[in-house]
Design a protein around this ligand. Sequence first.
Ligand code: N2P
Length: 342
Amino acid sequence: MRSRYILLVLIFLALFIGDSIGQKKQLNVFTWSGYVSDDIRDGFEKEFGVTVLVDTFASNEDLLTKLMAGATGYDIIMPSDYMVSILIKQNLLEELNRDNIPNFKNISPSFLGKYFDPENQYSIPYTFGTAGIAYDSAVISPAPDSWAVLWDEQYKNQFSMLDDQRETIGVALKLLGYSLNSTDTEEIKAAKEKLIEQKPLVKQYKSEAQELLISGEIVMAHCWSGDAFRAIETRPTIRYVIPKEGSSQFIDAVCIPKSAPHKALAEQFIDYLLRPEVNAKITAFTKYGTCVPTAKEFLPENLREHKFIYPPKEVLESLEWLRDPGDFTRHYDRAWEEVKAK
Ligand code: N2P
């Protein structure tokens, strides 16, 4: 009896002291900017009694560089498709335990089993989208239909390009009629020269263009679909086009790095993201597509089938996935370094 009493007192003290010194567990999320909204974070914090810290990166290569440099402390990361393959190869990802992610069943099969993680051992899809051109139709008319508009002298200093080596070299490759995944050194050289020729016209290389578009600092941006869509909310004359030469499409994934300090909590977070009502909040906030079909019930009409999220068939056919070019990556790295150094 006495020992049970002592035990109860000890448990009470442990709970009381733990709480009063504010030792809440912390979930550290490393993601794209504009990807995790305050209400998603707050909802998880409240329900699980933890703190969620969100840090951002501007490109997949930035994420890779940080992880390769030994950054630890992240529990959740959100690489795109081809970067998932690279991280798996580098042995940087933790296998997901499906038993801890019962809401996995909510994901549409069309977003599972992709080339970058065929069994979804390491990743679940977060959002999907495309890259294209956002432009202010009040200033630019007629509507551009080619990447060539980003080489038009009359827009000198009025547009931005993504600060992203695969995407931006990809634009030049597409304009030249090549694949986004070229492994031909001559093609990469030609793309690099094209970007060097363009550079004096570019106002900024920036992966978050929507603020510049909204403020009117630029009238055109090479950007991702959701970011264009978000800019339209504040500046309704913005339009988004996928040029006729074709472009990239992506799935951004949620993964747990091998070095994650709070794996169990990270799996709970993943499961939480896959609840239909939470997943709807992701689309409502980011304006990228949802991979959870039942989330659509929680979305406003205009986000359920919007053409920015679901391009028409002929546009879809012009899109390519970025892929891991293996050792050839060094040619992309070098070309990009040269463009940035000019
Ligand atoms: C959102 C960035 C979208 C990520 N700001 C593209 N993979």
